[in-house]
Design a protein around this ligand. Sequence first.
Ligand SMILES: NC(=O)c1ccc[n+]([C@@H]2O[C@H](COP(=O)([O-])OP(=O)(O)OC[C@H]3O[C@@H](n4cnc5c(N)ncnc54)[C@H](O)[C@@H]3O)[C@@H](O)[C@H]2O)c1
Ligand SMILES: O=C(O)C(=O)C[C@@H](O)[C@H](O)[C@H](O)COP(=O)(O)O
Ligand SMILES: [Zn+2]
Length: 382
Amino acid sequence: MNEMSAKPAGAPLERRIVRVDLADRSYNILIHQGLIDEAGAEIAARMPGVRLAVVSDETVAGLHLERLSLSLKAAGIEHVPVIVPAGEGTKSYDGLIRVVEAVIEARLERGDAVLALGGGVVGDLAGFAAAVTRRGMGFIQMPTSLLAQVDSSVGGKTGINSPQGKNLVGAFHQPALVLADTALLDTLSPREFAAGYAEVVKYGLIDRPDFFEWLDANRQSVFAGGTARTEAIALSCEAKAAVVAADEHEGGVRALLNLGHTFGHALEKFAAYDTARLVHGEGVAIGMALAHRYSATEGLCPEGDVARVEAHLKACGLPTRIQDIPGNAPSVEALMQAISQDKKVARGKLTFILTRGIGRAFIARDVDAGHIANFLSTELAA
Ligand SMILES: NC(=O)c1ccc[n+]([C@@H]2O[C@H](COP(=O)([O-])OP(=O)(O)OC[C@H]3O[C@@H](n4cnc5c(N)ncnc54)[C@H](O)[C@@H]3O)[C@@H](O)[C@H]2O)c1
Ligand SMILES: O=C(O)C(=O)C[C@@H](O)[C@H](O)[C@H](O)COP(=O)(O)O
Ligand SMILES: [Zn+2]
């Protein structure tokens, strides 16, 4: 694994830095335990005099905001909290208005910053508020879920859901700094940890087969915490940073990061963003299993690789079939309607991330909607 490591020479294994290389908007992702206590000093060193709106959800704020606030105060950073309800429903027009107005009311200036303390919901919402308030304020990510530490805090995709579908309103707005305190994951529920892990496996399935092999061998250690967990987070950030640096605005290869998402987003919409039924990472897990099975039915992906992917996801407690979502099943029509609103649709034609096997994902354009509908009917009938 050495050639894949994001560990700077001589640094202790538990303290990692990954660079996102984007010319004058480059930034660091700092990853280690206890970072929340150093957050104030890290921010003050990079953004002297900055004032902050700290956006968090009710759950995360109750657990971790006081400690962050102490660290900010110790560094002399003025800040106001903006607390929103937890859950996907907060990534909405109402949620956006609440954050934007709180930032304006607090008289924060363009040179000040919005700090997201939370999972991907808080990060996407706070980042979008930072992108549009005063035509673009500073933005800092302090991700607290596994999903946010390995994926959503990196790369600058921000936004909210619209009634028509996931993330349909948003902007690219890169953070100036990402502070991932791995110890904060100790308070995350096992279900949310597993959901975040789906986005970790995704990097292996896209184009890092040796990372998939490592995860297959070290899965239990990653779930247990400690060095293996930090290693998985750093390697995931490194994988994402490389893709984002190559294609920030998703003109090409960045679409690979959408493996499992065209199906997954349609399933989240079908579940009405009810996180009791389905959370994003679970939708991605089902979506990745579907993408592998569809690729196999098209003669692209070996059946043995499909079986390995399904077995790995199931062993992590993740769903792999549409029928694993509790409650009523969706109709093919409802799923196809949601899929037709996917942001990768070009000139009315579907784009899917398909695969020739583990670590061999590719972007398939002009995918036949009839083939997808037939495949979904077979899946729902099974
Ligand atoms: N911008 C991107 O590139 C990107 C990438 C992946 C996902 N996303 C988006 O991210 C969202 C999913 O993110 P998520 O899975 O983090 O969901 P989330 O933000 O809803 O967090 C999951 C749950 O865990 C709780 N939580 C978070 N951190 C905690 C902690 N340390 N201790 C205890 N509870 C904690 C939250 O309150 C919430 O109830 C989706 O909206 C998805 O579309 C965005
Ligand atoms: O960063 C990206 O690019 C991704 O696609 C990462 C995904 O995990 C994430 O869920 C993202 O929000 C999906 O983006 P979208 O453009 O399909 O809404
Ligand atoms: Zn995702």
